[in-house]
Design a protein around this ligand. Structure first.
Ligand code: EPZ
Length: 424
C-alpha cells in the first residue's frame, strides 16, 4: 500500500509553478468531444484527467499526452455507453451527459462517483438538460437520455449556482438552436475557462455578471487552449507555507482567482505580495486565528480550500471558526486531524478550531481529495514523522505533489506499491 512519510517541522521556502486547474481540465475534456481536434496545454497529469481521457477513448476519440499537453482527436467519435467503472471514478463524468447529448443526441451514463461530500444529487443538471429538450429517464442507477427533436435554446434559472450543472448546460446548449440564458449560474474561474475553450472552438458564449448567454448550433472546429492555473493547488501550497512559518512564491498564480483567500491569510498574519503573474507569502512565526471563514460560491471563499486552511489554523494562536455552506459532509478530515492533536469541535456545518502550540505526528488516512491535502499540510507542520495512506484521493488532484513540496524544503517521500489505476 502506498503511503507518504512526512517528517514535520521544515520551514517551506522557495518557488514553484502552479499546475493547470483540474476543475478546468475536466469539463474542457468532456467538451473536447464536440470540437474536431483539441490541443490542450497545461493539463495536469492526474488520475481524474486519465479517467476523462479513457471515457473519450471509449467514445472513439484518440488521446495522446506529451508532457502537460494533451492532443485529442474527436474526428472519429462514435456513440458508445461509457463504462460504469469510469463514470464512477469522478463526479465530473456527468459532464459527458451534456457533451454526448450535444454530439450524438443520446447518452446512457451511470450516476457519477467522486469525493463523498454528502448526497451530491444531479437534479439541476437533469432539469437544465430537460429544459433544452432532452428526454431523460432514470433506470437502476443509470441516466438514459435522448432527443426526439433538436435541442432548443431556452431560459434556465438555477436554484443554486452549481458549477457542474452550469457547465453541463453550457456544453449541451452549444448544440441547441437559438439562444440559451442561464440565470444564477456559477461564475467560478473554471466556468470562464470552459467558455473560452468553447468559444475558441467556434461557439458563442457570453458571461455577464448575473447570467450566461449561449448562442447555439454554430459549427465547432479544432482549437488550441491553455488551462488556467489551479487556484486550489495555490491555496494548498499557501497553507503549507503558512503552517510551517514559510516564505514561498507561486509562479503563474492569478490574483483574481485567490482574491477571497488573501484577506484571510493576512488576518492570519501572513504578508502577501501579488505580482503580474505570481504571488508570494511570508508567514509569521506563529499564525493568528481567522475569526470566521464561510465557504460560498465564487467570488466567495472556496469550499475546496476549507480543509487546507483548517489544517493551518490548528496551530494558530487562538480560536478560528469555519462555516461550510456548499457541501453537507465536508468535515471528514477532522477526525484525522484530531489524531494529530488538533482541537476541533463540529456542530452541523460549523467548525471551531482551537489553536494549539504544535501538532504531533500520527498515522492518518485521506478521506477525500482536499481532506487528504489538509493532512499533508498538518503533517508538514507537526512534530515527528507522520504516515499518510489512501493516497488515491490526493492523486486525483495534485500532480507532482511531493516533488514540489521537496523543492520547497519539505521532508516527504512516497513508499510502497501503487494499487490505484493507470495514468494517461
Ligand atoms: C465542483 O463540483 C468541483 N468539481 C468541486 O471540486 C467543488 O468543490 C464544487 O464544484 C464547488 O465549488 C469539479 O469541478 C470537477 P456543485 P460540483 O454542483 O460541480 C448541490 C475538488 O476538491 N447540487 O457546484 O459537483 C451539491 O450537492 C472538488 O476539486 C445539487 O443539489 O459542485 C452541492 O451541495 C470536489 N444538485 C452544491 O450544489 C445538483 O444538481 C454545489 O455543487 C448539483 C449540485
Amino acid at each position: 500500500m502506498e503511503r507518504l512519510i512526512i517528517k514535520g517541522g521544515n520551514r517551506l521556502s522557495g518557488e514553484i509553478t502552479l499546475q493547470g486547474a483540474k476543475n478546468s481540465a475536466l469539463p474542457i475534456l468532456a467538451a473536447a468531444l464536440l470540437g474536431k481536434k483539441t490541443v490542450l496545454h497545461n493539463c495536469p497529469n492526474l488520475s481524474d484527467v486519465s479517467a476523462a481521457c479513457n471515457i473519450l477513448e471509449t467514445l472513439g476519440c484518440t488521446v495522446m499526452r506529451q508532457g502537460t499537453t494533451l492532443f485529442i482527436d474527436a474526428g472519429n467519435a462514435k456513440y458508445n455507453d461509457p463504462p460504469e467503472h469510469l463514470m464512477r471514478e469522478m463526479r465530473s463524468s456527468i459532464l459527458f451527459l451534456g457533451a454526448m447529448l450535444a454530439g450524438f443526441g443520446k447518452a446512457r451514463v451511470s450516476f457519477p462517483g467522486g469525493c463523498e461530500l454528502g448526497a451530491r444529487p444531479v437534479d439541476m443538471h437533469i432539469e437544465g438538460l430537460r429544459k433544452l429538450g432532452a428526454l431523460i429517464e432514470e433506470d437502476h442507477g443509470f441516466l438514459s437520455c435522448r432527443v426526439e427533436k433538436p435541442l432548443c435554446g431556452c431560459e434556465i434559472t438555477l436554484p443554486f449556482p452549481s458549477v457542474g450543472a452550469t457547465e453541463n448546460i453550457m456544453i449541451a446548449a452549444t448544440a441547441a438552436k437559438g439562444c440559451t440564458v442561464i440565470r444564477n449560474a456559477a461564475r467560478e474561474p473554471e466556468i470562464a475557462d470552459l467558455a473560452e475553450f468553447l468559444n475558441g472552438c467556434g461557439a458563442y458564449i457570453c458571461l455577464n455578471s448575473d447570467e450566461i448567454i449561449i448562442e447555439g448550433a454554430r459549427p465547432l472546429h479544432s482549437c488550441e487552449h491553455t488551462v488556467i492555473p489551479d487556484r486550489i493547488e495555490a491555496a494548498t501550497f499557501l497553507c503549507a507555507a503558512a503552517a510551517t512559518g514559510g516564505d514561498i512564491t507561486l509562479k503563474s498564480a492569478r490574483k483574481n482567482d485567490v482574491v477571497s483567500m488573501i484577506p484571510v491569510l493576512e488576518e492570519m498574519g501572513c504578508i502577501i505580495n501579488c505580482g503580474e503573474s505570481e504571488l508570494s507569502l511570508k508567514a509569521p512565526k506563529r499564525l493568528l486565528p481567522a475569526k470566521i471563514i464561510k465557504t460560498m460560491p465564487y467570488p466567495g471563499f472556496p469550499t475546496d480550500a476549507q480543509a487546507v486552511f483548517m489544517a493551518a489554523l490548528c496551530t494558530a494562536q487562538g480560536s478560528s471558526m469555519m462555516v461550510e455552506n456548499i457541501f453537507e459532509a465536508r468535515y471528514k478530515h477532522v477526525g484525522e486531524l484530531m489524531r494529530m492533536g488538533a482541537k476541533i469541535h463540529i456542530s452541523d456545518r460549523v467548525a471551531v478550531i482551537d489553536g494549539i502550540d504544535r501538532l504531533h505526528s500520527a498515522s492518518v488516512q485521506c478521506t477525500d481529495l482536499r481532506g487528504g491535502a489538509a493532512l499533508v499540510v498538518a503533517a508538514l507542520a507537526a512534530e515527528g514523522e507522520s504516515v499518510i495512506t489512501s493516497l488515491r484521493h490526493i492523486d486525483r488532484g495534485y500532480d507532482l505533489f511531493e516533488q514540489k513540496l521537496r523543492l520547497l524544503g519539505a521532508d516527504i517521500k512516497r513508499e510502497g506499491a501503487k494499487t490505484d489505476g493507470k495514468k494517461i
